[in-house]
Design a protein around this ligand. Sequence first.
Ligand code: ADP
Ligand code: MG
Length: 399
Amino acid sequence: MAFTKKTVRDIDVDGKRVLMRVDFNVPLKDGVVTDDTRVRAAIPTIEYLKQHNAKIILMSHLGRPKGDGPEPELSLKPAADKLAELTGFDVKFVDDTYGEKAAEAVAALEPGDILVLENVRFDKREKKNDPEIAKTLASYGDVFVLDAFGTAHRAQGSVVGPAEYLPAVAGFLLEKEVDTLTSIFAEPERPFVAIVGGSKVSSKIGVLDHLIDSADTLIIGGGMAYTFFLAKGYKTVGTSLKEEDWIERAAEMLKKAEDKGVKILLPVDNVVADHFGEDAEGEVVASDAIPEDRMGMDIGPKTEKLYADAIAEAKTVFWNGPMGVFEFDNFAHGTQAVAEAVAANEGCTSIIGGGDSVAAVNKFNLADKMSWISTGGGASMELVEGKALPGVEALNDAE
Ligand code: ADP
Ligand code: MG
């Protein structure tokens, strides 16, 4: 499935005012950007537009403002400064989004200039997708570019609105994310091994369901494994995370996988503890022998080996969700083992999605060994559930 929307390559931007929605929703500490991943991810499109003489107007949200006006600690100024630092370009910033001041700053732009507007969410109407917001923003541009993959699943003013009034195309990040995360469902190189973990079956049911349609092997780990154990008929999972209401759905997933000939791998052993905490000590038990007073915190060593062997055979790997409570060093081993197995398979295409999974891969310093690390948690999960993203839907179709 190739990307089906127009991109910046398909339009003439020379001398034009290009209004671009980026995802500069970066973490800040004392007014300084602590993780610049999202700013970096927007640079290829910005550089392209600059090389092609566009007047570039960037807009984004940052954090969760109340929407009643400016909140200095949620200003986009630090993100604009970071962009200047990373590119060496002169980056202008205006502390206004929808008013006179913003319009004047836009009017003063020369070809090749870059302007960052203030946080689009300082006004409540942005999240409500108010048409007035869209109209005002659209008046700043001749063309609209969406490159904010991380918010492409939100039908909000600055994400979908300008597409109603302007030619609307994708930036390179959006194109790459959508293309990568949908191609695993079209023509993955096989074997395709999908790995799903994290805490709950309930939050991942759409992901599991859609992955079973396309994967050859589905590896399950993390807290959701215990609900699957119950679905398989194990008598107890001790005090492990479990969702009684989801046992039946878990059983349906196992059945669906069997019907489709998808191999499911569940943990054969687990690291359990007597309480949930950083200081808890792990002990290894078989999956059908979890003591009543113990909770599963990580996959065990036999499971690590089982999973690593399956991953070693893969030509395509998609991974979402840690194998255990990786935030605690005592229970990070299973997630690390899986991350290392993916990293070691140099011949495979490896795609990592989900906020915590990406954090885990970064924690183990393996990010540069992966083929693609998605910059959008929620948006990537919606794609993997097979949903369309409103921001992408609103763009012009490629011919
Ligand atoms: P992602 O953000 O990658 O989509 P999730 O948010 O679904 O992943 O899940 C991540 C969380 O799952 C982590 O905070 C991790 O501690 C938790 N988790 C993993 N295994 C277990 C477990 N056995 N018991 C409780 N929580 C778990
Ligand atoms: Mg998460």
